[in-house]
Design a protein around this ligand. Structure first.
Ligand code: PEP
Ligand code: MN
Length: 337
């Protein structure tokens, strides 16, 4: 911690700070400037009381951590890019990935039609929600286990690995039995017990950014997965809540280079929840590819007008096919395959 003292404080007030730092188990290093004194306090905050509370002392101006609060997810801890391996697919490497499928699994016909179509168009992973986190309890909540079984069937028919959302700790084992990647949704991004349960299944985890989550909080949420012995984590930008109403959320593409700088883990972009509008998806996908995203997560439905959830933002199969064609030069220009 770097502790900056207020200017012109009495010697005894400075000594009181040094005494408290030592009492809490840290070693103080004093740096005296012309105007003010700065103290560097060295010690491990995991085993000692935090020094942050010192900020309330009248003689102290500021208390700032020296190290970042996230460690295992940070690029400092692991300078090379990490990849996540899913049934032979490698996310975060040279190959660019498109995860596509319906917002919700609705029926066998709807899922299988979509799964075959997205596979043919070049998607490498199938998405589909079986447990749906709906804002209203009166909206479709997902098919649950029946939906997972349909995803399993679609995987067997198409060979595409499956990503699906885990909503509750009590379903961790069940969902992990069927899913190749566990999606932690925006509403649960800081549900730490759920993150721990997801990590403990050993399955790769895709962590969406919380609706109003700062990037540091998101990285710290990811830290829960790695700290529970699961290093197969991907971050997923899906838009945050702002004052803007033209779009459902504000897709924050600045998180792509920021996550790449701060972390060694892959970054995925979900423009479907980000925009909430099918007409904006293609442009946002191109932007995300150009900015260095490792994968996209896109909602596709055989008949978006009749979708049981998120109809306005799902691409029709034709639009998705057109999009994958249009993305090719962007993927190549970004140095990906
Ligand atoms: C989804 O992917 O359908 C979903 C509900 O995502 P989010 O958690 O980002 O809203
Ligand atoms: Mn959705």
């Amino acid at each position: 911690m770097i502790i900056v003292l207020k200017p012109k404080i009495a010697k005894r007030d400075e000594l009181a700070v040094l005494k408290e730092i030592r009492k809490l188990g840290y070693r103080p290093h004093i740096m005296r400037g012309v105007e003010r004194t700065v103290i560097g306090a060295i010690g491990d905050e995991r085993t000692h009381q935090s020094l942050e509370t010192l900020v309330s002392w009248p003689q102290i101006e500021s208390v700032t951590p020296i190290q970042k609060r996230f460690k295992l997810v940070s690029r400092e801890a692991h300078p090379a890019n990490s990849t996540v391996k899913v049934r032979g697919e490698v996310i975060g490497g040279k190959r660019f990935h498109v995860m596509a499928g319906p917002c919700s699994v609705e029926s066998e016909k709807q899922l299988l039609t979509t799964a075959h179509a997205v596979a043919e168009a070049g998607a490498t992973i199938l998405r589909g929600g079986a447990f749906k986190p709906r804002t209203s309890p009166y909206e479709f909540q997902g098919l649950g286990e029946k939906g997972l079984k349909l995803l399993d069937k679609a995987r067997r028919e198409t060979g595409l690995p499956v990503i699906t959302e885990l909503l509750s700790e009590q379903h961790a084992e069940l969902v992990a039995e069927y899913a190749d990647i566990l999606q932690i949704g925006t509403r649960n991004a800081q549900n730490f017990q759920l993150l721990i349960a997801a990590a403990k299944t050993g399955k790769p985890v895709l962590l969406k950014r919380g609706l109003s989550m700062k990037i540091e909080e998101w990285l710290l949420a990811g830290e829960y997965v790695l700290a529970n012995e699961n290093c197969n984590l991907m971050f997923c930008e899906r838009g945050i809540r702002t004052f803007e109403t033209y779009t459902r959320n504000t897709l924050d593409l600045s998180t792509i280079p920021i996550i790449k700088n701060e972390s060694h883990l892959p970054i995925v972009v979900d423009p479907s929840q980000g925009a909430g509008r099918a007409d904006l998806i293609a442009a946002m996908c191109k932007g995300a590819v150009a900015m260095g995203a490792d994968a996209l997560l896109i909602e596709v439905h055989p008949n978006p007008a009749e979708a049981w959830s998120d109809g306005a933002q799902q691409l029709s199969i034709d639009k998705f096919k057109q999009l994958t064609r249009e993305l090719k030069p962007f993927i190549a220009a970004a140095g990906r395959e």
